[in-house]
Design a protein around this ligand. Sequence first.
Ligand SMILES: Nc1ncnc2c1ncn2[C@@H]1O[C@H](COP(=O)(O)OP(=O)(O)OP(=O)(O)O)[C@@H](O)[C@H]1O
Ligand SMILES: [Mg+2]
Length: 246
Amino acid sequence: MIKLVNLSKNFGSKEAVSNLNLEIKDGEIFGLLGENGAGKTTTLRMLATMLKPTSGNAIINGYDSVKNDEKVRENIGILFGGETGLYDRLTARENIEYFANLYDMEKSKIKKTIENIVKIFNMSDYIDKRTSIFSKGMKQKTAFARATIHNPSILLLDEPTSGLDITAAKQVHDFIKSYKHENRTIIFSSHSMDEIEKLCDRIAIIHKGKTIEIGTLDEIKKKYNNNNLSDIFSDLISKGGNDYEY
Ligand SMILES: Nc1ncnc2c1ncn2[C@@H]1O[C@H](COP(=O)(O)OP(=O)(O)OP(=O)(O)O)[C@@H](O)[C@H]1O
Ligand SMILES: [Mg+2]
């Protein structure tokens, strides 16, 4: 389970994330929806132990992101769009293996997991090529493989399909859906309503660092008596959003 308790982050005088309170259950696919600059990446970076909150806590499977940061990192897989952090001189397979070795995984298990990912993402043509020559989508799929090689119970994904073509995006969607089995949890940010509608069990709409709505898509659509998530989103944002009562 993931718990955000009064989670806040200031950059100087700028309040990027302001008193977020959220509970994300095991086995949920949870979407963060918000305009540019709403605070989605900052929230995910705090959950990922990459950034210290100014105040409040992020608790991941019972571990505090600051006090037990190492434990948190064992429990999560992270993928932040644009920052794939792959080693250019290594092949895709070597990149994935390098990461797997950090987790002391057995060689046979690594081999099997890579085989499975190569199949899902259709990477057989380039799994043994150096990543320096890869397109954006090829890099993103390699980064996905690397982020999930240790089979973490929680995946934190910042705009996981940004810049991918339709086929690659669908492969990522299928992977996210299949990853949810075994009660694993996925939190991701997205600007695609289509993606949010396809994948999410629940969503939070974030505006200016605050949660202005939380619920399942059905709950939110019923509440606003509107079947179009884009319209609901735009209306809420244009009104400036009310603080969601948690
Ligand atoms: N390292 C930083 N230093 C200063 N300000 C920052 C920093 N990182 C983020 N911010 C500010 O915090 C706010 C939230 O940014 P964040 O990247 O979390 O938004 P976002 O919801 O991910 O937006 P996008 O959809 O564009 O990715 C923005 O006003 C941004 O300028
Ligand atoms: Mg962002």
